[in-house]
Write a protein that binds this ligand. Structure first.
Ligand SMILES: [Zn+2]
Length: 106
């Protein structure tokens, strides 16, 4: 992901509207690119600030932002774990199938 892709995804991030591969690439780019990280912070502050102004105005944007990022990381972790379990399951299934086939036809 380059900086242009990242910028394009910022609105999706703000709407919590990214898929897993996007989230992962987004997170990775942010960790390695200070200017995009800053850009995201600014856009997040603006978007969330506007939203909260309509509420009571008492909120901590830094915490909100970290919460959102932590949520994304959690989703990614869960998703990766699911893929790992599925892979393990399929590997086990296929090796069992192999044994059965060997037994039947070997
Ligand atoms: Zn960048």
């Amino acid at each position: 992901m380059n900086c242009k892709d990242f910028e394009r995804l910022i609105p999706e991030f703000l709407r919590s509207n990214m898929n897993y591969s996007q989230m992962e690439a987004f997170r990775e780019h942010m960790d390695n690119c200070e200017s995009c990280k800053e850009e995201l912070s600014i856009q997040f502050l603006v978007a969330e600030g506007m939203r909260h102004l309509e509420d009571d105005g008492a909120f901590d944007l830094q915490i909100e932002m970290e919460k959102r990022l932590a949520q994304n990381s959690l989703k990614i972790d869960r998703h990766n774990r699911f893929i790992l379990i599925r892979r393990y399951f399929l590997t086990t299934l296929f090796s069992m199938l192999g044994v059965v086939l060997l037994y039947l036809f070997g």
